[in-house]
Design a protein around this ligand. Structure first.
Ligand code: URA
Length: 209
């Protein structure tokens, strides 16, 4: 089953190139990430269920499509995930947010949770985990595992740039997880940064380098 979709639309690819450039200032990086967040969200939600309802236009009455069920939950991995989530919330304004805070354990080098606050009815909702950089994949697996344990059944993952290593880890842990990204880059370097990547997404987003 193909679960990874690369959003190869020319506008997305052009915007990603602008973000990659080391001279791109934080303000521009933030704006572009927000824009691409909306476009990635578009792709990640293309199979949301529709029903119809009767509406009256100024001309006629018609059965018109509308989303059914509770709105999706956007789950940003702090802190860089917030930049993508903003764009998604622009598009799906009624979505709710599950914040997930992860930090790296200095001994095991694995992510550990320091914060999680999610809507309580995840069972019946689409939950989209968002993190701009899928590097080793360990944070994504932690976030998805936590949401699954909290009841989420329809999970998806959205990132801006993915490393092949991270995709492998994620697909091994969640074989049928739908993944949407704007790029699959070459590899990780020895510090687990994506190459060519765009550096530390959180620092570039908030100017904290
Ligand atoms: N996190 C980032 O922000 N950038 C990378 O390249 C890898 C992980």
């Amino acid at each position: 089953m193909v679960t990874v979709r690369v959003l190869d639309h020319p506008l997305v690819q052009h915007k990603l190139t602008l973000m990659r450039e080391e001279t791109c200032p934080s303000s521009e990086f933030r704006r572009l990430l927000r824009e691409i967040g909306g476009l990635l969200c578009f792709e990640a939600t293309r199979d949301l269920r529709l029903s119809t309802r009767s509406i009256r236009t100024p001309v006629a009455t018609t059965e018109a499509p509308c989303l059914v069920g509770r709105p999706p939950v956007v789950a940003p991995v702090l802190r860089a995930g917030l930049g993508l989530a903003d764009g998604m919330l622009d598009l799906v304004t009624e979505a709710e947010v599950a914040h997930i805070g992860l930090r790296r354990d200095e001994v095991t080098h694995r992510p550990e949770v320091y914060f999680m606050k999610a809507p309580t009815d995840l069972e019946s909702r689409t939950t989209i985990v968002v993190d701009p950089m899928l590097a080793t994949g360990h944070s994504a697996v932690s976030a998805l595992t936590m949401l699954k344990e909290a009841g989420a059944k329809d999970l998806r993952f959205v990132c801006l740039v993915a490393a092949p290593e991270g995709l492998g880890t994620l697909q091994a842990a969640f074989p049928s997880l739908p993944i949407v990204t704007a790029s699959i880059d070459e590899r990780l370097d020895r510090n687990a940064y994506i190459v060519p990547g765009l550096g530390d997404a959180g620092d570039r987003l908030y100017g904290t380098e």
